[in-house]
Design a protein around this ligand. Structure first.
Ligand SMILES: Nc1ncnc2c1ncn2[C@@H]1O[C@H](COP(=O)(O)OP(=O)(O)OP(=O)(O)O)[C@@H](O)[C@H]1O
Length: 333
């Protein structure tokens, strides 16, 4: 019978769906637009995102997940249902097995809420996986061994740092400093240093184009348009990658501190494994230029960014189903 194994990366910013044998089939913003008067859902995902700031008063666009955890249960359930249906298409005969990943800091109550919502959304079997474990599987690390691996997963709203071994998290921390904070730091820098007001979208563009956390061999520049706070008029000015390094220093160092904090609490044997095997970075935020070099310099541990850093969590979540089934088979042997 036609059935699917599905992995869902339930992110604050976006939802990714992985189907075994097909790869990533869906990537959409985790946004829902609904009518406040009738409680009726108007749009979900990309269409809902387009409605932000453009809706009449009674229609509101919300992100039902905050820091990767359900803040509005009913809406999350409907959103999950919608994405699962959209990802699977029409030809399914049997309910899918679904694994969903949640941040390592989530509570039991939050875990249960995600699990219930997924069952309600039409799953035959649900497994909940912690984000760093999913990231490790997605990055191709064999997590079934008694060997320490460090994952630094930097998303939009949260960064998870974890040492995992034998399929579970041994030590971890979750900090609310990630990709979006880099954007905010750039907005603040431009206002303070240049009296230029820029939006967060522009800040993100600057970050991706010339942002850096570590000195580059050559300086790059970018023309930035904003509003001069003194005259109130539009203004274009050139910013350099060196300036952006200055702007991003503080949030980047927060992430380094989180890595230090986890290393300090890691049992010696596992710490030795991490020193030997290196640190693997995942998530969109890890794509900031030089962040790997900064972590490497400050910890003395070889650090690399995983291939397809933005999709490894979703891929790993999907592959987790095979992992737990293999594990169950081993237990019955
Ligand atoms: N090339 C790039 N350089 C720097 N940052 C990038 C790049 N591409 C994407 N990002 C940043 O990655 C972040 C989004 O990452 P991701 O999609 O992994 O987050 P998420 O999983 O939705 O969030 P969370 O894990 O917090 O729930 C955004 O802040 C975005 O600006």
């Amino acid at each position: 019978m036609l059935s699917y194994d599905i992995g869902i990366d339930l992110g604050t910013a976006s939802i990714l769906v992985y189907i075994k044998g097909k790869g990533i089939v869906l990537k959409e913003p985790s946004v829902v637009a609904f009518d406040r008067d009738t409680n009726e859902i108007k749009e979900i995902g990309e269409e809902a995102r387009k409605m932000i700031g453009r809706t009449p008063g009674n229609i509101v666009a919300i992100r039902p997940l905050r820091q990767g955890v359900i803040s509005d249960y009913d809406i999350t359930e409907k959103m999950l249902k919608y994405f699962i249906k959209k990802a699977m298409g029409k030809k399914t005969l049997r309910k899918p097995r679904i694994s969903v990943c949640i941040p390592s800091g989530a509570t039991e109550v939050e875990k249960k809420a995600v699990e219930d919502a997924t069952y309600q959304a039409g799953a035959r079997e649900v497994s909940i996986i912690e984000e760093p474990v999913a990231a490790a599987i997605g990055a191709g690390i064999d997590i079934s061994k008694a060997c320490g691996n460090m994952i630094v997963d930097i998303g939009g709203g949260t960064s998870d740092v974890a040492v995992i071994s034998l399929g579970g998290t041994v030590v971890s921390t979750s900090v609310k400093i990630a990709g979006d904070d880099f954007d905010e730091a750039i907005v603040r820098y431009m206002r303070k240093k240049h009296n230029l007001l820029i939006g967060e979208r522009t800040a993100e563009e600057i970050k991706i184009a010339i942002g850096s956390a570590y000195p580059r061999p050559e300086m790059t520049t970018m023309d930035v348009r904003g509003r001069n706070l003194v005259t109130g008029l539009p203004k274009t000015m050139t910013v350099t990658s060196d300036e952006m390094m200055d702007a991003l220093k503080e949030p980047a160092m927060h992430i380094v501190e989180a890595v230090h904090n986890v290393l300090e609490r890691t049992p010696p044997e596992l710490a030795a494994d991490v020193y030997e095997r290196g640190i693997v970075m995942t998530g969109g935020g890890s794509l900031l230029r030089g962040l790997d070099e900064l972590i490497e310099e400050k910890t003395g541990i070889n650090t690399m960014v995983a291939e397809d850093a933005m999709t490894v969590v979703a891929t790993g979540t999907g592959k987790f189903i095979e992992f737990i089934h293999d594990k169950k088979k081993d237990e019955y042997k």
